[in-house]
Design a protein around this ligand. Structure first.
Ligand SMILES: NC(=O)c1ccc[n+]([C@@H]2O[C@H](COP(=O)([O-])OP(=O)(O)OC[C@H]3O[C@@H](n4cnc5c(N)ncnc54)[C@H](OP(=O)(O)O)[C@@H]3O)[C@@H](O)[C@H]2O)c1
Length: 239
């Protein structure tokens, strides 16, 4: 995928417009959608995301190569997995019990793994979730800048990870690839890189140490399987 890959940003709240603006600046054609009629976001899009196309979510997704999820996790169940099938889906969502409600599966594990299980036909990559929307825009820097920050990229599909890393690089961040989608748990709220912008060496050190720590405390296989079953059940409650 290239900077001509079409990006559909789902979510026109805080995070979505920032990513849309950065991606437009980097040359990506961008469509943005909220949950309803694009007319409702037409004016705000024109004012704060010039160049982005406001669309119905289904239309934006249908024409996109890359879909970025910037919606509250508790609204994720509204999305039709069939619509996203075959797409590269970047999951920038976080689990916030205060607004999402307490969902046990998300308490126990990786939110993007649960997202990926529901979107079985998509290549899901976790990225852009760990930096606040203000910082994401303010701290974007061209490649090679001394104070460039890093963005973690976690996924199990090599091509999808590469395309997401290219997007991160083009919008102003050094991509740091993590070993797997599961390894992306270190990017979650409460993790060592959440809410801070770190340069690549510090980021690698922090995520590497956390990964080692997690491996030490890894659950037994039986517990994992039980956790997956519980996650599937919890997901049904979101749908
Ligand atoms: N805010 C941040 O700094 C930040 C940083 C990193 C990650 N995140 C994560 O990104 C997600 C969004 O956060 P936010 O602060 O941007 O939320 P927000 O300001 O509440 O905006 C949410 C947006 O999602 C839209 N939406 C809801 N359901 C949708 C659907 N089915 N299809 C398309 N759009 C839909 C809403 O549209 P309607 O108005 O039509 O409902 C709204 O535009 C959260 O999971 C959050 O944890 C946020």
């Amino acid at each position: 995928m290239t900077e001509r890959s079409r990006l559909a940003v789902l979510g026109a709240g805080h995070l979505g417009p920032v990513i849309a603006r950065l991606a437009i600046k980097a040359g990506y054609p961008v469509a943005i959608a909220a949950s309803g009629d694009p007319e409702d976001i037409a004016l705000i899009t024109e004012l704060i995301i010039p160049g982005a196309q406001p669309r119905w979510a289904a239309d934006a997704v249908a024409d996109a190569d890359i879909v970025l999820l910037a919606i509250p996790l508790h609204r994720f169940g509204d999305l039709d997995p069939g619509l996203l099938s075959g797409k590269l889906v970047i999951d920038a969502m976080n689990y916030w019990p205060a607004s999402d409600g307490v969902v046990q599966a998300f308490e126990d594990g990786g939110s993007s793994e649960i997202v990926a299980r529901r979107l079985a036909g998509s290549a899901v990559v976790k990225a852009f979730n760990h930096i606040g929307y203000h910082e994401l825009e303010d701290r974007a820097r061209p490649a090679g800048a001394a104070d460039r920050g890093a963005v973690g990229i976690a996924g199990d599909d090599a091509a999808a990870v590469a395309a997401t890393a290219a997007l991160a690089d083009r919008i102003g961040y050094d991509p740091v690839r993590l070993a797997s989608l599961r390894a992306g748990r270190v990017l979650q709220p409460g993790g060592p890189v959440f809410g801070v912008v770190l340069a690549r060496p510090e980021f690698q050190r922090a995520t590497g140490e956390a990964a080692g720590d997690e491996a030490t405390h890894n659950k037994a296989a039986g517990e994992e399987a039980a956790g997956d079953k519980a996650a599937r059940e919890e997901l049904r409650s979101l749908s």
